[in-house]
Design a protein around this ligand. Structure first.
Ligand code: ADP
Ligand code: MG
Length: 252
């Protein structure tokens, strides 16, 4: 997609869990070469929206279009064509190495079911996946930990590993659910640099984050959610001055 092109169009999505309306009539766009931040208190419905976008869950109503096609229910967690994501609660395979975990993302790109093909992965293919995984680990600054067991990494590094795995699927849309949670200040700065670089390369990035300094310095646009609804949308400057947002954050 060309810079500025809409890659994701969410229109009027609702998601109910029994009596809980986790998402109510949410609409938003993500554009190539843009970082969109999704903010809001715990329980606002941010992670649920990621599930609807990535097809892990089906909307109760409303539509999600990705690259011009309507998304369908697609309960595969690691990636779907062109979309990479990370999770609020890190999901790695703790007993596998860092490079193996990353290679799972590259493997997802090949669009073969992991279990069936892992059994008959030929050596050439395996070498290719590992090479791609190492390239992504270099990119995120984890290459020196490639052969470590993933479960031995600090939480912050596990989050970065999840990003490397998502990148290995060569996405044009990246969904990051609280990637800076548990990261130290310098790690957050490195993460912000990485996300700005991905944006410059033309990727569309949606990031859920609570650290307001991080968000305000990073995002091109911000969507604020509260009680499952979209409360506001705008540039960081507009959001900081928005009375409804100020009331929700200071009054709530
Ligand atoms: P956020 O990520 O903004 O903190 P979530 O999307 O995780 O919010 O949750 C929104 C609301 O939906 C919360 O009230 C949460 O308890 C509820 N919820 C999320 N997932 C489920 C689920 N699988 N079953 C029932 N309720 C859920
Ligand atoms: Mg969440």
């Amino acid at each position: 997609p060309a810079p500025g092109e809409t890659v994701l169009a969410v229109r009027g999505v609702c998601k109910n869990f029994g009596a809980i309306a986790a998402n109510r009539n949410i609409s938003l766009d993500a554009k190539a070469g843009e970082i969109l931040a999704l903010i809001g208190p715990n329980g606002a419905g941010k992670s649920t929206l990621f599930d609807l976008i990535s097809g892990v869950q089906r909307p109760s109503s409303g539509t999600v279009h990705f690259l011009g096609h309507e998304s369908s229910y697609f309960p595969r967690t690691l990636s779907r064509g062109g979309m990479g994501r990370t999770f609020q609660h890190v999901r790695i395979l703790p007993e596998m190495t860092v490079v193996e975990n990353t290679a799972l993302g590259a493997h997802a790109r090949a669009d073969i079911s992991f279990l069936s093909s892992a059994l008959r992965l030929d050596r050439g293919k395996e070498a290719m996946l590992i090479a791609e995984a190492l390239r992504q680990l270099e990119r995120v600054g984890l290459a020196s930990s490639a052969t470590q067991i993933a479960g031995s990494l600090a939480l912050g590094q596990q989050r970065v590993l999840e990003i490397a795995r998502a990148l290995a699927s060569d996405p044009c849309l990246l969904l990051l659910d609280e990637p800076a949670a548990g990261l130290r200040h310098l790690e957050k700065q490195a993460l912000a640099r990485l996300l700005k670089q991905l944006k410059a390369e033309g990727m569309a990035v949606i990031v859920v984050e609570h650290d307001m300094d991080f968000v305000m310095n990073l995002a091109d646009r911000i969507v604020v959610m509260q009680f499952g609804e979209k409360l506001a949308e705008g540039t960081p400057c507009e959001i900081q001055r928005n009375p409804a947002v100020i009331e929700a954050y200071l009054g709530g």
